[in-house]
Ligand binder design. Structure first.
Ligand SMILES: Cc1ncc(COP(=O)(O)O)c(C=O)c1O
Length: 462
């Protein structure tokens, strides 16, 4: 298919909005000192898989905002749901009180989760959900007279959020180092980048690494293991066959709780309601956020098994933790409206139906000499780029400094928003809204192909 975009011309003059953004708005995770006002994209409108900037230029949102606009942009019915809820009850806390949207949403979530994950503690986002889970695990162990269990095991390069507790689980050095010392107790083991595993090695050593770490730390000190079904950071690291079954066994053997961080991997992203269903495991706690409202309002949740909730439900114990905006009626009503859209339009099934096609399009890129690995599931994919396909050689820092800005800039100019992550391996992340269909998947493939081909040409990779 032909590209629906002309290559967008550079516009050297900053608009008034861009100038004000650069002067007053602190962009997150952005080196503000290096940012020219004309480089700040000002997005004004969204429709389906597309967003539009203030100059009317259209972009295919290949990242669904931030892995979260699952039902797609421009859902007017969610605006109506929001208006109706605000007219009825704009706010009431879930501290000691309940309200209808939070009750109905908690019940709906319990209906969708695997096994006995029936108790929902709301938060405002993913970091708070992880923070809450870390605290709940400690409190649970303390109630069980195992207060020495405080450590949390996560995987290298994993991103679990930025608040100080969640940061202790996050395994991305650049996110941690500026704020050290972070909350003590975070331990890291190898992630599941099977592409980089030495040939012939049993991939289940990656699960056994968790057991080794528990034994090294002392099981009586380990509170929980936290893992994403598909680890986003590091480039969609999928689990090898049998990985999660082995992790579950290990956790049970040592009395360690198992948190499945599904901030991204729930709500259809992997073609199932929850990522743990995709890989058939039963966690003790699921943390989630993002797609629960398709990002039409902020909301997160910690979903807890009956077993872990039980001591808090049947004794005088209080989980001494809460957040003003947790389960906000507006967000909860929007989440219910969002899940109705999912069910009515069969979005989860749609992702399952289209997954093979998405994979095939990306795998087809392997005829380009810098495409090393294509991995992911559902609508969450990464294309790992390498200097040499045969040796899987990494680009040098100098090469990265040339090729990364070129690829990122060119994709954007050609109207595709996605992420070029070079924090570890160089990977292109693609996670469009779940409403993306064949045309949008074709457009993603064609744009990525055009840009990577040009990069090979320009930088001499043949
Ligand atoms: C797996 C995971 N956990 C936690 C978080 C933190 O979520 P938030 O940015 O909503 O605080 C993220 C954010 O991307 C995430 O991907």
């Amino acid at each position: 298919m032909s590209l629906s975009h002309e290559v967008m011309p550079d516009v050297p003059v900053a608009s008034e909005m861009q100038q004000r953004a650069q002067r007053h708005l602190w962009l997150q995770w952005t080196g503000m000192g290096r940012l020219a006002p004309e480089d700040v994209p000002v997005i004004v409108r969204g429709d389906g898989c597309y967003v539009f900037d203030e100059r009317g230029r259209r972009y295919l949102d290949g990242l669904a905002g931030l892995f979260c606009v699952n039902a797609g942009h421009g859902r007017v019915e969610l605006a109506d749901v929001a208006a109706e809820q605000m007219r009825t009850l704009g706010y009431y806390p879930t501290w000691g009180y309940a309200h209808k949207p939070a009750i109905e949403l908690a019940a709906k979530i319990a209906e969708l989760t695997p096994g006995d994950l029936n108790r929902v503690f709301f938060t405002s986002g993913g970091s708070e959900a992880v923070e809450s889970a870390i605290k709940l695990c400690r409190a649970y162990h303390r109630l069980n007279r195992q207060g020495s269990r405080t450590k949390i095991i996560a995987r290298s390069l994993a991103y679990h959020g930025v608040t100080m507790g969640a940061l202790s689980a996050t395994g991305v050095p650049s996110a941690r180092v500026p704020f050290e010392p972070v909350t003590p107790g975070g331990c890291h083991v190898a992630n599941t980048n099977v592409y980089r595993l030495p040939a012939g090695q049993d991939p289940l050593v990656l699960a056994d690494a968790i057991e080794e770490r528990i034994l090294f730390e002392g099981p009586e000190t380990v509170s929980a293991v936290i893992l994403e079904p598909v680890q986003n950071s590091g480039g969609c690291l999928t689990p090898p066959e049998g990985y999660f079954a082995r992790v579950r066994e290990i956790c049970d053997r040592y009395g360690v709780l198992f948190i499945s961080d599904e901030t991204i991997c729930a709500w259809g992203r992997l073609g199932t309601w929850f990522g743990s269903q995709r890989y058939d495991y039963q966690p003790d706690i699921i943390t989630t956020a993002k797609g629960i409202t398709s990002a039409y309002a902020p909301l997160g949740a910690m979903i807890v098994s009956d077993r872990i909730a039980q001591p808090f439900m049947e004794t005088d114990a209080v989980f001494a933790h809460g957040l003003t905006f947790a389960g906000h009626p507006l967000s909860a009503a929007i989440a219910l409206g969002n899940l109705e859209i999912f069910e009515r339009e069969g979005l989860v099934e749609h992702v399952r139906d289209r997954e093979d096609g998405f994979r095939a399009r990306l795998e087809g890129l392997k005829d380009l000499p810098i495409v090393g690995d294509v991995r992911g599931a559902g609508y969450m994919w990464a294309v790992e780029l390498v200097r040499d396909q045969d040796t899987k050689a990494f680009f040098t820092r100098e090469q990265l400094d040339a090729i990364v800005p070129f690829i990122s800039g060119e994709l954007f100019k050609r109207g595709l928003i996605c992420r070029t992550d070079d924090r570890s391996f160089l990977a292109l992340h693609l996670a469009p809204p779940l409403v993306a269909d064949r045309d949008e998947l074709d457009e993603i493939e064609a744009t990525v192909r055009a840009v990577l081909s040009e990069a090979c040409e320009r930088f001499g990779y043949r």
